[in-house]
Design a protein around this ligand. Structure first.
Ligand code: C5P
Length: 222
């Protein structure tokens, strides 16, 4: 059997990471959260008071740090230079800055290089914004996952709450809209559905339902 690559792209909080994790586990594949890598860089930049508009400094920073994604029983853990940052990269401070960091071409180039190295061998489920279009253009299965802004905000609200973060729903909606806009309108590899990606709208559907659908699509390609 072939070890395929699965690319899952889509706007913020559409359910990508939750569903990607389930699919990866059921296929025995690795799950790679590329958004966590952009968040990790953003967090580190904020620690060093590097401006999110300073492309050269951000690209240098990315070259000088080590970002690691490690599976653990309680989910994927994220490390920057050996320091665990799994939860701190989900705060509003990082969330509201990350899409600015991700607009820079030289930052994206390096991220894509890192992510390709991880994903090249196959047997991966990778989620992000440009996986099907830029990171793994030869992925055997590409999904473009969406959901209504209303539902995405509600899901993010529940997720935040379980992490002990309290952000009003209206604020989350605003954050999501803003991030969607930055991600779809940026010049370098904007968020767009790949020509050969299958569109899955998760509005009103359960996590399990969507995960089963993607597993089925994967099995047809293995
Ligand atoms: O997936 P998540 O919401 O954690 O991603 C955070 C941000 O990182 C996105 O809003 C986007 O600006 C950026 N990103 C990206 N390309 C990826 C993954 C994330 O530009 N492949």
């Amino acid at each position: 059997t072939e070890r395929i690559s699965i690319a899952i792209d889509g706007p913020a909080a559409a359910g990508k990471s939750t569903i990607a994790k389930i699919v990866a586990e059921s296929l025995g594949y690795a799950y790679i959260d590329t958004g966590a890598m952009y968040r990790a860089l953003t967090w580190k930049a904020q620690q060093q008071q590097i401006d999110v508009t300073d492309e050269a400094l951000l690209a240098d920073l990315l070259r000088s740090i080590t970002i690691e994604l490690k599976p653990s029983p309680k989910g994927q853990l994220v490390y920057v230079d050996g320091e665990e940052v799994t939860d701190v990269i989900r705060t509003s401070e990082v969330t509201n800055a990350v899409s600015q960091v991700a607009t820079h071409e030289s930052v994206r180039e390096r991220m894509v290089e890192l992510q390709r190295t991880i994903g090249e061998a196959g047997a991966v489920v990778m989620d992000g914004r440009d996986i099907g279009t830029a990171v793994l253009p030869f992925a055997q299965l590409k999904i473009f996952m969406t959901a209504s802004v209303e539902e995405r905000a509600e899901r993010r609200y529940a997720e935040n709450k379980s992490r002990g973060i309290e952000t009003p729903l209206d604020e989350l909606k605003k954050e999501i809209r803003k991030r969607d806009q930055l991600d779809t309108e940026r010049e370098h590899s904007p968020l767009v559905q790949a020509e050969d990606a299958l569109l899955i709208d998760t509005t009103g559907r359960t996590i399990e339902e969507v995960a089963r659908e993607i597993e089925q699509l994967a099995k047809e390609r293995i």
